[in-house]
Design a protein around this ligand. Structure first.
Ligand SMILES: Nc1ncnc2c1ncn2[C@@H]1O[C@H](COP(=O)(O)OP(=O)(O)OP(=O)(O)O)[C@@H](O)[C@H]1O
Length: 420
């Protein structure tokens, strides 16, 4: 006989066990997955192959600069082509090494050099610590390690703009000239960036050697995104669980956001996850709209985390007004609560004028809505509303030492703060 608690436990699980399963293989929708085919990137693939094919004839390929907006398939295409090059180079007995570095993480001259040296550590027996050595010494080791045999080394610097913004372009200067100092090995660089203005940061000499060849990745339109999603959906979902309208809607929404395939895939995955959680038999348009809302909220949370301190306090003032049912509020209302919060935190408040600017910034980021309305002969005023649920803001502040005390502040009627 089952005890009462056990019956409950069993039914809890069975509820999920007998629901329709949505995902056949969710991993297919993850960013790290490399699909077998890349629809609508034939031209870019062909161009890259054309530039790299000299390797198989023993010639050094040109450096390549790849650019295009976020989610246009730059990384996945470069990986796809270089992986194929590695495979085929074995057949032709040409030693090729491809080293992929993401410069969001590998963001200093030292780290780039050390990572390349360490790529060969098994072969060379040389390993450089990730901090601590003089850079010149790491560079000397790099030349030694590369030149241990005749080979082609292709260094992919993804998000190369992050490296240059953080550490300047000296490293690119060195790498694009390293072949003159090597006897056996030949190095080529593939730089990838989604920041088109990044070229302005480069010394003209670096720019001309880095972009011997340029490959542009234009944004996808809604039809192209639909093909990309269709292909992935077939592997990711069980047959028949996707309502017909789902893929076109995900594609249309992502096309509106500058043709970002990553956004389209996220929408499809999150729609499926929401349907699964709701134990729905099918993924429908309704789930896509919910997914869109969730992704927007998540993005907003990321933006809030990076706001400067006083914008965060200001946002909290608007949160308190919201909880107290006092929105829309005007700048003066918001400013007075903001000042009280600064008092509570023992901080000097900014001027009302400055706060007015910060309100405009929060509005531009979509976190609040600040609409100017005319009050007839009383002039114009701003009506401020919140675009994020208060508990989400609190959840973020809970993890921030300076702001955590605010969580215990609530507001009484007549706008008196209460520190509970
Ligand atoms: N043509 C395509 N076919 C299939 N999947 C694609 C295609 N283009 C992009 N994707 C998928 O979209 C997502 C984003 O692509 P990728 O990371 O290559 O973009 P990116 O241009 O490098 O973006 P970012 O500049 O933000 O790094 C990945 O999951 C990738 O697999």
């Amino acid at each position: 006989m089952l005890q009462e608690g056990q019956t409950n436990l069993r039914s809890l699980f069975e509820k999920y066990l007998h629901t329709q399963r949505i995902f056949k293989n969710k991993d297919v929708l993850r960013h790290s997955y490399t699909p077998r085919e890349l629809p609508h990137r034939r031209e870019q693939i062909e161009t890259l192959v054309h530039i790299l094919v000299p390797v198989l004839r023993g010639e050094t390929p040109s450096n390549i600069f790849v650019y295009g907006k976020t989610g246009t398939g730059k990384t996945v295409t470069v990986r796809y082509v270089t992986e194929d090059l590695m495979r085929i180079s074995q057949k032709y007995d040409v030693p090729v090494d491809v080293i992929y570095l993401n410069c969001e993480i590998v963001d200093t001259q030292y780290r780039v050099l050390a990572n390349i040296v360490n790529h060969f550590k098994e072969e060379s027996g040389i390993e450089v610590p990730l901090v601590g050595w003089p850079t010149d010494e790491v560079y000397a080791k790099l030349k030694k390690v590369l030149d241990m045999k005749e080979r082609f080394v292709i260094i992919v610097l993804d998000e190369i703009d992050k490296l240059v913004k953080k550490s300047g372009d000296d490293i690119l200067y060195s790498l694009t000239r390293i072949n003159t100092e090597l006897k056996k090995a030949k190095v080529s660089i593939i730089g990838i960036s989604n920041d088109l203005r990044f070229k302005e940061y480069l010394d003209p000499r670096v720019l001309s050697s880095l972009s011997e060849e340029e490959v542009v990745f234009p944004p996808y339109d809604a039809n192209q995104l639909r093909d990309i999603l269709m292909q992935r959906a077939q592997e990711a979902f069980y047959e028949g669980v996707l309502d017909e309208a789902v893929v076109p809607l995900c594609a249309a929404l992502a096309a509106r956001e500058h043709g970002d395939a990553r956004r389209a895939l996220d929408l499809l995955r999150v729609s499926g996850e929401i349907a699964e959680r709701e134990m729905a038999p099918k993924v429908t348009e309704k789930h896509v709209w919910k997914a869109q809302e969730k992704i927007e909220q998540d993005t907003m949370e990321e933006v809030i985390k990076t706001l400067p301190l006083h914008s965060k306090i200001l946002l909290y003032a608007i949160v308190l007004l919201d909880e107290n049912g006092e929105l829309p509020a005007n700048t003066g209302d918001v400013y007075s609560v903001y000042k009280d919060l600064c008092d509570y935190l023992d901080l000097e408040p900014l001027t009302q004028r400055r706060i007015s600017d910060l309100i405009n910034e929060l509005d531009m980021l979509g976190i609040i809505n600040a609409k100017v309305v005319s009050k007839g002969r009383y002039g114009r005023t701003k009506e401020i509303r919140l675009n994020i649920t208060p508990y989400k803001v609190k959840n973020i502040y809970r993890f921030e030492e300076t702001l955590r005390p605010l969580i215990s502040v609530s507001m009484l009627k007549q706008r008196r703060l209460f520190y509970g």
